[in-house]
Design a protein around this ligand. Structure first.
Ligand code: ASP
Ligand code: MG
Length: 478
């Protein structure tokens, strides 16, 4: 059995859904389909919820109407008359729920996280109903499953964590029998519910998480993430146009790339698949014949020294001076404690003779950390970006740091981090130099006459000790 997850752009229009039908029909194995909301719908629903909470009910309802019309336009293309009527009715009930919540939020003058979840969940509930109907219309025996019936979570609204055992039990009870008789369950991603049925969501981009959860709970042979790019690339294509697809990645590499900003995979999305050892395949719904990227448990042996380059922009460094002598250790401890209390995991942190530099997101995250640091008198340096070169071979000492520094010749490097045994080297530079830096690093790391990955990467031999990897180390090199 395979899980086929389609992202927002893959289900955004009738034409996109027609491609989904062709892709699902062409998969001969038993399967479960997981879908995101139609592209842009989650943002629009969140905006409507915020508008309602701020008292602009008219604006919120206007936004909801636009969303509703988008779905109805696609639903009207369903050929079976009875099916079309049932679909429109089901969708209508969902929008009425959302409307009632928006009205309540506007009366109360605020939209609670619980209300926001119930409103936003309508995006995936609707897209999954729509996808199930369109698939049926195309001859696939699709069966819609309400995600709230099978994905059971805690009650942390907007960032709910699934309860693995309960979710596995529900999926086994509800979805597995359908799969067993050759039907195709269709489930909205991102959405769950508490054990007593209160709607929750798993956090932005959470549909990938849902897909790997479903796959892990039901022991899928493979989890396919269908998106609109040819897989994970050697660099962010928005920063570097000549980035190339990478045929194979290890889980560890994919997690590190995602953690450092590669947009294709949601960082925590890999975790359930990782734990269950299930390969995750990233594929392009616009070009189903493209090879894509397969992410597997084994480390990858490849000719290039690294797997890819990820980058994160809009960062700021908070520099906390450290006194000499007895005050040094408490000052260091309170710098990291401030991050913990501010719920901010630094993208990178370095400790040097001068002090500790904490690189965090510009804006609210940095504000929270600075507020917690209080009288420690930190300075803030904004306009920064982080570049991380990631690859399993870095753990065994391949000379990527040297190449990185050589490539950055002439570009000021604010921080550099390399932790022994970790699979990345990261640096922080001014964001204005990002494109130039990534291009220079890419040519040093990937363009020495060899393709980045021949596509025939073979697992390195022997089991490997799993090490936890975090964002950046605390070893200061610069
Ligand atoms: N629709 C949700 C979001 O936009 C979940 C997802 O697409 O993965 O964040
Ligand atoms: Mg998404």
């Amino acid at each position: 059995m395979v899980v086929m997850k389609f992202g927002g752009s893959s289900v955004a229009t009738s034409a996109a859904l027609a491609r989904v039908c062709a892709i699902v029909a062409a998969e001969r194995r038993r399967k479960i389909v997981v879908v995101s909301a139609l592209g842009g719908v989650t943002d629009a629903l969140l905006a409507a919820a915020a508008q309602a909470g701020a008292g602009d009910l008219a604006g919120a309802l206007e936004g909801l109407r636009g969303i509703r019309e988008r779905h109805e336009a696609i639903a009207s293309g369903v050929r079976g008359q009875a099916e079309r009527a049932a679909l429109l009715q089901d969708l209508g009930a969902g929008w009425r729920d959302a409307e009632a919540l928006l009205r309540a939020a506007s009366r109360l003058g605020s939209c609670s996280p619980a209300a926001s979840d119930a409103i936003v969940a309508q995006g995936e509930l609707a897209s999954s109903r729509l996808a199930a109907a369109v698939l049926n219309d195309a001859g696939v025996r699709a069966r819609w499953i309400d995600a709230r019936q099978v994905v059971i979570t805690d009650r942390r609204h907007q960032h709910a964590a699934p309860a693995a055992a309960e979710t596995a039990a529900r999926l086994t009870e509800v979805a597995a029998p359908l799969v067993g008789r050759g039907d195709v369950p269709v489930i909205g991603g991102f959405v769950g519910a508490t054990a007593d049925g209160v709607t929750t969501t798993l956090g932005r981009g959470g549909s990938d998480y849902s897909a790997s959860l479903v796959g892990a709970c039901l022991g899928a042979a493979e989890i396919q993430i269908w998106t609109d790019v040819d897989g994970m690339l050697t660099a962010d294509p928005r920063v570097f146009r000549r980035a190339r697809p990478v045929a194979r990645l290890s889980f560890r590499e994919a997690s590190a790339l995602a953690g450092f900003g590669a947009k294709v995979l949601h960082p925590s999305a890999v975790q359930p698949a990782f734990a269950a050892g299930i390969p995750v395949r990233i594929l392009n719904a616009r070009r189903p014949s493209a090879q894509g990227t397969v992410v597997t448990e084994e480390p990858i042996r490849r000719s290039a020294p690294a797997a890819g380059i990820a980058c994160l922009g809009n960062l700021c460094a908070i520099d906390v001076p450290l006194p000499d002598g007895a005050g040094r250790l408490p000052a260091l401890a309170s710098a990291f404690e401030a991050c913990a209390l501010a719920q901010a995991v630094p993208a990178l942190a370095t400790v040097s003779d001068a002090g500790v530099s904490l690189v965090v997101g510009e804006g609210p995250e940095a504000d929270r950390v600075a507020a917690r640091l209080g009288p420690a008198a930190p300075t803030r340096r904004g306009g920064l970006a982080l570049i991380a070169v990631v690859g399993d071979r870095l753990a065994s000492g391949v000379d990527v740091p040297r190449r990185l520094l050589a490539a950055l010749d002439g570009i000021p490097v604010h921080l550099l981090s390399r932790t022994p045994g970790s699979i990345h080297v990261a640096c922080v530079i001014d964001e204005k130099h990002l494109a130039r830096a990534v291009s220079a690093i890419h040519s040093r790391v990937f363009e020495r006459g060899r393709p980045p990955d021949s596509g025939r990467g073979v697992p390195a031999d022997g089991p490997r000790r799993r090490r936890p990897f975090g964002p950046g180390g605390t070893e200061a090199l610069a």
